[in-house]
Design a protein around this ligand. Structure first.
Ligand code: NAD
Length: 346
């Protein structure tokens, strides 16, 4: 993921002059050197975040290290005076999120932007615009799916499928509705892809169900079993119709947003397709889907740094999403709690 952020920073510097890519850091310094060489620039490289902080070569940084390092690296760079764009999740655990958020609130409330790229995704922004303008009336249900086509890689360190994946869906739902749920539960299973990897997660297929006040629910489906390709779909149900973002059809670079009114209405309320970027090299499937969103997110971060404005997302959004997920994970319904089916095979 760091390579993509570096590529976008390099492009934004070239295209608009709004920033300069001042340095690259990787504990595996050859990775940083290799990107610097490909970019053709004379970009300094460092083997640690501490070295970058001490070098005083930039005012802002993008942190894309493993989740277990997020808090330490963000704290180091913020103490050095940087404003930071931190990849999700904030720290990966609710307790550490709470501590870190309290520290930031106290000393650096505007230093950290959390990288929730869906908020910068043109199809989802269009859907939000339709919702905000009342195109489908009062919203009563949202279904948001994120399904990988492959298991987590061998050796990958996951805190579970929900903290690892659903953090994106949960933030999306909270952002689309402007609301926080009052209760949550999880149902999960291991049904296929867990057998293909050494990364043993709690589930390879899970549903997070959320209840909101005022007769609204949300359902988050996360799996690593969608063998036909990366599936990122959102369905928003309202009293006057529904909006569907990203209907799966194996066209990763073309995302449709469809809105339909009540039964009997002859024409759709809205239909638009959005072209995604083909980087013309093998990249993880999430980059096929969200490449332009990652770049727009970085551009927004840079613009806030230049203007000294607060960021559109912060540590508070990371904490809020983690609170929702943790609540659900405290209420996991197992098959033993379900009612046995008479004559069922078990
Ligand atoms: N927003 C998204 O859609 C998205 C997608 C993928 C990953 N991520 C997030 O990005 C982060 C990185 O994930 P990834 O898949 O790129 O991981 P990765 O393991 O592929 O890359 C991590 C990089 O950090 C380097 N590194 C490790 N420890 C370091 C240290 N102490 N100091 C400096 N460099 C160090 C590694 O050498 C490696 O190059 C994770 O937090 C993940 O959740 C977000």
């Amino acid at each position: 993921m760091g390579v993509i952020h570096a590529l976008h920073a390099h492009e934004l510097a070239r295209e608009s002059g709004c920033c300069a890519l001042a340095a690259l850091v990787d504990a595996d310094i050859e990775r940083a050197r290799s990107f610097a060489a490909q970019s053709g620039g004379d970009i300094p490289v460092f083997a640690s975040v501490e070295q970058l902080a001490a070098a005083n070569v930039c005012q802002a940084s993008v942190i894309v290290t493993p989740t277990g390092n997020h808090r330490e690296h963000a704290a180091t760079l913020i103490a050095a005076g940087h404003r930071v764009l931190l990849e999700k999740p904030l720290t990966g655990s609710l307790e550490a999120d709470r501590e870190f958020a309290a520290e930031l609130d106290h000393a650096h409330p505007h230093a950290l932007m959390l990288a929730f790229q869906r908020r910068f995704d043109a199809p989802l922004q269009y859907a939000k615009d339709l919702v905000d303008h009342g195109a489908i009336g009062r919203i009563f249900k949202i279904y948001s799916a994120l399904e990988d086509s492959n298991p987590a890689p061998n050796g990958y360190n996951s805190g579970g499928i929900l903290p690892d994946m659903s953090v994106h869906n949960v933030d999306e739902i909270l952002w689309l509705t402007g609301r926080t749920p009052r209760a949550a539960l999880v149902i999960g299973s291991r049904i296929y892809s867990h057998r293909l990897t050494t990364c043993q997660e709690d589930f390879d297929d899970a549903l997070l169900y959320l209840w909101f006040d005022g007769e609204m629910v949300a359902q988050v489906q996360v799996t690593r079993n969608h063998v036909s390709g990366y599936r990122v779909e959102t369905l928003i149900f309202g009293e006057e119709g529904q909006i569907h973002v990203g209907r799966f059809d194996q066209k990763p670079f073309e995302i449709a947003v469809e809105a339909y009114g009540r039964r009997g209405r002859p024409e759709p309320i809205a239909y638009r397709t959005f072209g995604m970027r083909d980087y013309r090299r093998p990249l993880p499937e999430f980059i096929d889907r969200f490449g332009p969103a990652y770049k727009a997110e970085l551009a927004a971060f840079i613009e806030c740094c230049r203007s000294g404005s607060p960021f559109p997302t912060s540590h508070r959004d990371g904490l809020r999403a983690q609170e929702v997920i943790t609540a659900g994970m405290q209420a996991i319904i197992s098959p033993e709690q379900a009612v046995a089916v008479q004559g069922g095979s078990g």
